[in-house]
Design a protein around this ligand. Structure first.
Ligand code: ATP
Length: 616
């Protein structure tokens, strides 16, 4: 339903709001308590498959150019694999802009390409540790890895010049068929790190024919993620990486109509991206079988393995028909791994360690009483506006590219500047609605994302935020993990979380892919349990720790740090190595890779409950 302020903006012919636009639209604002009424006009539900997303984009007001179908040329039409989306019966939509795809065909080798903006220097000094037996060595370029021509071409189309550290280390490990637990900082390219080996493996693998003549589908790879939006994002990324490889990716998640997702599945699926709840539903209806799974990837693995998701993950991994560990490859990825998970996997896994790039995120913590939070936020936003961090627009591309786009596509004039975005985290869904309302009343265009909004509303809000039409997003933890939203320049923890790991993920929505960002936290007595963890984290990241925070942290009753994992750390300090002297370098991130094993029995043991109510 398009009922929020953001929705009104999106429907406005005036485009991105300046203050005048805001005034004109103010009357259209519908306060949260009046939402959930039947919509004036129905909006097409978001479809789940490859083509469907293109349609959704063109009807849903996305800023992306509506690319036209480009029927797969390579990798299709051969048939032969049976049962899972092979055989040329699928129409493949080009997930890249037409120009990108065409350009890539004539582009030079990786090392001759221009760097497209990621600050790789930020990663150069990172110390890396790995452990385990016979770990395949890391690579320094994509050209060194034999991922296959079609995938290599897509990597170029994505303008990835060289692998990020997590990719350098984990891709060779995964390609060697090893199980892996990888911990790397937010925004460092983990999605590609697990997608590339899966796509490459399916492209090249000798996979037994899948059962025919049944309406059950048999994916070869399963990627699980904790939120719908993250699943959608992974699907979009995986679609780009698998374009014209013959590998078909489908997403399924709750809150969207089942029948559309089923239709997509029935058209064939090699890689299934899913949220656990919807997948369990599909398994129970026998629409999906996991019998042929060769790759299992858990994004935000620590979240997926905590108490909140444990019953569903157990059903999927242990109780369904998925091959046992050793017969499938398991990959766990996150920016944080609490020590319970580290110790559970300690026998089988290797750990790599990569230094933190949180230096890219300037962290500030300010003492703000509950009653003063709104006015303090207002001060920050006004200061931002005055200093031009928000309110001005950031240029997206070089003027030369701008010019060529202008020549080709007048439609895009005005889209070359992207407003800097601010993400404000609050504790509760009600709090999110209230703050959004208040911000809008104060002429700061805002929208919300939280678990009480319909899926359509959530997706709409996210699009509106991403496009810069609504440059402030008030969110609960549902937006804390994984979302890769370009141009988020400021993350404000209006309410701090109760868990330092959640803080790490939240601030990781800025400062991504080598870019810099700012994170501000409002701290008061309510957050005492975070004092120690926050201080330590900031110190680790070479941030200035206020004296008063150190004093709070020093108080014995508050110093423990309340966390659902009992002390999980950013970058996953290698818990197993705490007692050894084998740590080198000053990095803060770790990888874990390992051969064989990877079983899930008892994985949840020892973790506290503490699942935020804000989650799905
Ligand atoms: N090799 C690369 N070169 C350039 N950009 C890259 C490369 N790999 C990934 N990226 C870009 O970096 C950004 C962050 O990647 P991604 O979302 O996978 O991070 P992440 O590590 O999964 O973050 P999080 O921990 O928040 O989930 C994306 O925009 C992605 O396209």
């Amino acid at each position: 339903m398009r009922t929020s302020w953001a929705d009104a903006v999106e429907n406005s012919p005036t485009g991105p709001p300046g203050n005048a636009g805001i005034a004109a639209l103010k009357s259209a604002y519908v306060p949260p308590h009046l939402r959930n009424r039947p919509p004036a006009s129905s909006v097409a539900a978001p479809p789940s498959g490859n083509d469907g997303f293109e349609n959704a984009r063109s009807t849903g007001g996305s800023q992306l150019p509506a690319s036209r179908p480009d029927y797969g040329r390579r990798g299709y039409g051969g048939g032969g694999r049976g049962g899972g989306g092979w055989g040329g019966r699928d129409r493949v939509v080009n997930p890249f802009g037409k120009d990108d795809a065409a350009a890539a065909d004539t582009e030079p080798a990786f090392n001759e390409q221009e760097n497209t903006g990621i600050n790789f220097d930020a990663y150069e000094d990172i110390a890396v540790e790995t452990s385990g037996q016979n770990i395949p060595p890391p690579v320094t370029t994509f050209a060194e890895i034999d991922l296959g021509d079609a995938l290599n071409l897509n990597i170029k189309r994505c303008k990835y010049v060289k692998p990020t550290p997590v990719q350098r280390y984990t891709i060779p490990i995964s390609l060697a068929g090893r199980d892996l637990m990888a911990c790397a900082q937010t925004g460092s390219g983990k999605t590609a790190a697990f997608c590339f080996p899966i796509i490459s493996g399916i492209m090249r693998g000798h996979i037994a024919n899948r059962p025919q003549g049944t309406r059950t589908v048999f994916p070869l790879a399963l990627i699980l993620s904790p939120t719908r939006e993250l699943s959608v994002q992974i699907h979009e990324e995986a679609r780009k990486f698998s374009y014209q490889t013959g590998v078909r990716v489908v997403v399924t998640y709750g809150g969207a109509p089942m029948h559309q997702q089923l239709r997509e599945l029935e058209r064939g699926v090699d890689i299934l991206v899913a949220t656990p709840g919807r997948l369990v539903d599909l398994l129970e209806r026998a629409k999906v079988s996991l019998k042929m799974i060769r790759y299992l990837a858990l994004d935000e693995a620590d979240r997926m393995l905590d108490m909140g998701f444990e019953p569903q993950i157990r059903k999927i991994v242990e109780e369904a028909d998925m091959p046992r560990p050793g017969e499938r490859q398991t990959m766990l990825f996150s920016a944080t791994f609490p020590k319970e998970i580290q110790s559970f996997h300690s026998n089988r896994s290797q750990v790599g360690r990569v230094g933190s790039s949180t230096g890219l995120i300037v962290q500030r913590v300010e003492y703000v009483r509950e009653a003063d939070k709104r006015s303090h936020l207002m001060d920050l936003l006004h200061a931002q506006r005055d200093s031009g961090i928000q309110g001005k627009f950031f240029k997206l591309v070089s003027s030369i590219i701008c010019l060529s786009f202008h020549l080709k596509e007048n439609l895009f004039s005005g889209c070359f500047w992207q407003q800097a975005l601010t993400l404000v985290f609050v504790e509760t869904k009600k709090g999110a609605d209230a703050l959004e309302h208040w911000l809008c009343l104060n002429e700061f265009p805002a929208t919300t994302i939280h678990g009480d909004r319909t899926q359509q509303e959530r997706e709409f809000a996210l699009r509106s935020f991403k496009s810069g039409r609504t440059p402030i997003l008030v969110a609960t933890d549902v937006a804390a993990r994984g979302l890769d939203i370009p141009h988020v320049s400021h993350v404000i923890n209006f309410d701090l979380p109760n868990d330092i790991d959640d803080y790490v993920h939240r601030i990781g929505r800025t400062g991504r892919a080598g870019k810099s960002g700012l994170a501000t936290a409002f701290f008061n007595e309510k957050n005492m349990s975070m004092a120690k963890g926050l201080g330590e984290l900031m110190k680790e990241a070479n941030q200035e720790v206020p004296e008063w925070l150190t004093r709070f942290a020093g108080r014995p009753s508050y110093g423990g740090g309340k966390g659902r994992h009992g002390g999980g750390r950013f970058g996953g300090r290698d818990f197993r190595r705490d007692s050894s002297s084998n740590r080198s370098g000053s990095g803060h991130d770790y990888y874990r890779g390992g051969g064989g094993g990877g079983g899930y029995g008892n994985y949840g043991g020892g973790m506290g409950p503490g699942v935020s109510s804000a989650w799905d």
